[in-house]
Ligand binder design. Structure first.
Ligand code: GLY
Length: 342
């Protein structure tokens, strides 16, 4: 029997439960009340999330869109040449090329993404243009650069003298081994040489005064990666996912493991089932650990989540994962996320 809508409705009306529409089909879902207690709010990965949140907060406090807030927020670390993991100054790939990955997602389920983008500092803004001006979700490499040029973005050299120096040091051994991303120097068993800190992606989630959620995620990816390697950060569902009925999630750490587990989508779906943001992040981390316990000992992955009620939480494989929260004027809270090896 060929499926058609009329037959579907007819059979459902006959009371055949296995053919009936899902419970919430056609009905408004529960929407929590938005008050000053829970919104606006913005959260972001790592200590550098504090400065990024401050830029996002300027948008949110004026009643602006969560989408504008997350874009403005993550542009801060993208523009910081001393940050070796995001935007200008990011460590290059093993061929000496700085390639950026970023994505953005709004409350309507629109999303845009770039991967392997060279020469443009604000990969997040190119990702937003992909979302708003093309029929596509993702542009990569030369195509992403061509599009950025057409949209009037400036072409720049993203390789700073400091990053070039570190790359040349790395070339002496050229050993490809992910390093555990960790914020607190005291915890760090291994750090990138000469580096003050060792973390990667900025992932940001915001709930605006109208109760709408958006998220953004941007990185230069794993230091000294193979040319052409793409991590989780520009992959919708892996590095970032937002569902305006439920919440949003983002990730940091070794992108390969996040992609394998469709991590951020998983966190949001677990919140849909009633998990708190931290419980959902923990279960996503546990999937990675259960599947590859030996690998998991050696790597970092952290998830950060925000639900529709403005509740947030995080969980990581390794200790030392931090995130920043801002929901009142001048608040700069940095929270240590819980972790499996804590
Ligand atoms: N999480 C960033 C990356 O793996 O590229």
């Amino acid at each position: 029997m060929k499926y058609n809508r009329r037959k579907f409705i007819g059979l459902s009306a006959l009371g055949l439960p296995f053919l009936a529409a899902p419970k919430n089909f056609g009905h408004a879902l529960y929407q929590p009340e938005i008050t000053k207690e829970n919104a606006p709010i913005v959260i972001a990965t790592w200590d550098f999330g504090v400065a990024a949140n401050a830029a996002a907060w300027k948008v949110l406090k004026e009643g602006g869109l969560a989408l504008d807030a997350v874009e403005q927020g993550v542009r801060v670390p993208e523009a910081d040449p001393t940050n070796p993991t995001v935007g200008i100054g990011g460590y290059p790939d093993r061929d000496g090329k700085v390639t950026l990955d970023a994505c953005i997602m709004d409350h309507l389920g629109n999303c845009g993404s770039v991967a392997g983008l060279e020469h443009v500092v604000h990969a997040i803004s190119v990702a937003r243009k992909v979302m708003e001006k093309t029929p596509h979700v993702m542009l990569v490499g030369d195509g992403a650069l061509q599009f950025a040029m057409e949209e009037g973005f400036k072409k720049e050299n993203l390789l700073t003298a400091e990053s070039e120096k570190e790359w040349k040091k790395w070339l002496k051994t050229a050993q490809y081994k992910p390093i555990i991303n960790i914020e607190n120097k005291a915890f760090a068993p291994k750090r990138l040489p000469g580096n003050k800190f060792n973390h990667d992606t900025i992932g940001m989630l915001a709930l605006d005064a109208n109760g709408n959620l958006s998220g953004a995620c941007t990185t230069s990816g794993m230091a000294f990666k193979m040319h052409g390697r793409v991590g989780d950060s520009p992959i919708i569902g892996a590095g970032l996912y937002v569902d305006n009925e439920i919440g949003g999630a983002t990730s940091t750490g070794v992108g390969e493991e996040v992609i394998r587990n469709v991590g951020s989508f998983l966190v949001v779906e677990l919140m849909r089932q009633g998990y708190s943001p931290e419980e959902a992040c923990k279960e996503a981390v546990m999937r990675i650990i259960r599947k590859k316990p030996e690998t998991a000992k050696e790597i970092q992955v952290g998830f950060l989540a925000l639900n529709k009620k403005g509740q947030y939480g995080a969980y990581a494989i390794q200790k030392g994962f931090s995130f920043a929260v801002c929901h009142t004027e001048n608040q700069k809270l940095v929270v240590k996320g819980n972790s499996y090896y804590g």
